[in-house]
Design a protein around this ligand. Sequence first.
Ligand SMILES: Nc1ncnc2c1ncn2[C@@H]1O[C@H](COP(=O)(O)OP(=O)(O)OP(=O)(O)O)[C@@H](O)[C@H]1O
Length: 348
Amino acid sequence: MPIVELQIENLRSISQLTLRPQPGWNWLLGANGVGKSTVLEALHLLATGQSWRRGQRQLIRDGAEHYRLGARLSDSIAEFVGMRRQGEEREIARDGERIHSAWELLDTLPLQAWHEGNAHFVSGTAEERRRILDWGLYYADRRYGVSLREYRQALRQRNAALRQGLPPEAWNAAVIRLGERIQDQRSIHVEALQLHFQRIWSTSPQADQEVDFVLHPGWNGDLAEALERDRSIDQQFAYTHSGAHRARLQFRVQGRAAAEQLSRGQLRLLGIAFRLAQIAVQRDAGAALPVILIDDFAAELDSRARRWWMQELQALQTQIFAAGTEPPAEPGDTLFYLHAGQLIEEMQ
Ligand SMILES: Nc1ncnc2c1ncn2[C@@H]1O[C@H](COP(=O)(O)OP(=O)(O)OP(=O)(O)O)[C@@H](O)[C@H]1O
């Protein structure tokens, strides 16, 4: 059980809240606007250093000067993670030591989050799907984070050269070498995902739909040739148009784009099976299982789909935080009832 205590101070509508979560399911319940998503957001901030909200919505509670978050952990490489934000200043500390890069947080508290920004990644942008894929691979292959960081750095340098009107070729070798390495790592990972995905999907209520996914590397043919071909367009837009940063994961139903064939609920289920497969691959690789956050658990799913998802998650034996307006009918859950940013009742 990774999280044994969560402390929140001045985050959105919550002035002060302490929760003591249990292993397994932790439900955050209450009417709209009581602060359920805010609790999940606090966990997301602590685990990734980032809000899941796009754009700068105000996270510090109105009238307050700062927010402060803390999580006591067990079964982890650290016992306490804390974060404080005041204006533009943010401090993150792990066991009392300051952390300077959000990358360092990722290994402290692996977290798979379902929220408004990614719940529809299957039919969302290529970037959203790439981010989801990279999340899974980061934990399944310990070398992947290094490849990704090095590639991003080479790409930044190439794009900076393009912006300054300098020839970008000096950076091609690094972009090609690292881009191809990333594609190799992603292809192996996608193959492993396919196996688990098909097994998981075959137990889902939508198993009669023939679905799969393919990965396009982000360039056509050979990467060196693609960079050569793109030279003038890259210079015109001061941007590298081919490379691992343009990879596209595509979901298909009988060979056609899933987003055009399936309903929103079916697409959500497809995304759920994919993300369950990611955890199965991580488990095969011996990685620590992530804590799972699910905002608006019931959204768009019928009762069979909800039951199936719950059973699949239950089987993982990891810690889960789910927000909803209605309690589930499952024994062994912990229910936290919120009202106006406060915990009003806790039931086991
Ligand atoms: N900076 C802020 N200061 C005070 N209140 C805020 C701030 N930002 C957002 N809020 C309020 O916080 C409340 C809680 O929002 P939250 O998204 O956590 O609710 P929720 O319980 O998840 O609701 P829902 O079931 O509708 O998703 C909202 O009413 C929102 O207006």
